[in-house]
Design a protein around this ligand. Structure first.
Ligand SMILES: Cc1ncc(C[n+]2csc(CCOP(=O)(O)OP(=O)(O)O)c2C)c(N)n1
Ligand SMILES: [Mg+2]
Length: 285
């Protein structure tokens, strides 16, 4: 039986008060509740403060280029779909540099869980506007105000018929719900996006935990995540009230289930025939 202490890792190099600590600890709790041992999953990330997360717990990990966690996670899952594959990214990493990968990972529906630490800022590089920064916000590199409209990750994912779309809040009041959502997302068979609202004590003085606490609420009991149109409508709600919860769920065949060469057995466990390498023999296609 795995315990929280089994997931003890190195001391994180994050600012005191950063929401990343709560996300890391909540993920550990979710893994413990799912009784998942470190060898059963892998975490893939790119670059950024959020992307450091897999350094801070014992696990299989791949830390790659900025914006490129999803292509690596896809490769990992297609090579060994017995492994639970988690991807962790910042809002810049995933919605900016990695935006195009996100679109196509959602379409492909590889069974990956993506946690986005959305602090509405490029934090590692000290405070430039990210794709989720509000329009008009003055930053060090946007002294006349951010000229771009913010990207709405939930509306985008629902429009693409993403298999699982959720939002959670990393403030103290939101953590039990974040844990539940993390567990549901990990267990979901298909691509799961969890956008996690998080503070940045150093470079986002506007969207503080206090700011969120007054606005965030849970989607009401009886809300039907199978209703795509309603999910889209609710995903547009932002401002004085910000809904959290599982917005949309659509169980459809995953990429792995649709590929005959790997459907029955992960590629990693299939026999290899080195003697046939280079010959015009292909066993599967
Ligand atoms: C291709 C590329 N572009 C830009 C950078 C510089 N860079 C590194 S981290 C980062 C911002 C990360 O922001 P985010 O993904 O939101 O993570 P956070 O630090 O806020 O957690 C940028 C712009 C880079 N390393 N590679
Ligand atoms: Mg960020």
């Amino acid at each position: 039986m795995i315990t929280f202490d089994d997931y003890k890792g190195q001391k994180p190099a994050w600012c005191p008060g950063c929401g990343n600590f709560a996300i890391l600890n909540t993920l550990k709790r979710a893994l413990v509740e799912l009784d998942m041992e470190p060898h059963q999953f892998a975490i893939v990330s790119g670059i950024g403060q959020a992307a450091k997360l897999p350094h801070y717990l014992p696990c299989n990990l791949f830390n790659g280029l900025h914006g490129r966690s999803l292509p690596v996670a896809t490769g990992l899952k297609l090579a060994n779909h017995d492994l639970t594959v988690l991807a962790v990214a910042g809002d810049g990493d995933c919605y900016g540099e990695g935006g195009n990968h996100l679109l196509h990972a959602i379409r492909r529906n590889v069974n990956i869980t993506l946690f986005v630490h959305n602090n509405q800022v490029y934090a590692l590089t000290k405070g430039q506007a990210s794709p989720t920064t509000r329009a008009g916000k003055v930053t060090k590199t946007q002294p006349f105000g951010n000229p771009s409209e913010p990207l709405n990750p939930l509306a985008l994912a629902i429009a693409l018929d993403c298999s699982f779309v959720a939002r959670a809040f990393a403030g103290a009041t939101g953590l039990p719900f974040l844990q539940e959502i993390m567990k549901e997302a990990i267990q979901h068979n298909g691509f799961a996006l969890v956008d996690i609202l998080q503070n940045c004590v150093s470079f986002n003085k506007e969207n503080t935990f206090h700011w969120y606490k007054d606005r965030v609420y849970r989607l009401e009991e009886g809300y039907d995540p199978a209703d795509r149109v309603e999910a889209f409508r609710r995903s547009l709600e932002w401002g004085q009230k910000i809904p959290t919860g599982i917005f949309y769920r659509n169980e459809r065949e995953t990429c792995e289930q649709q590929l005959p060469p790997i459907r029955e057995m992960p590629l990693a466990r299939q026999p290899v025939f080195p003697s046939e390498a280079g010959q015009e023999v292909n066993h599967f296609f």
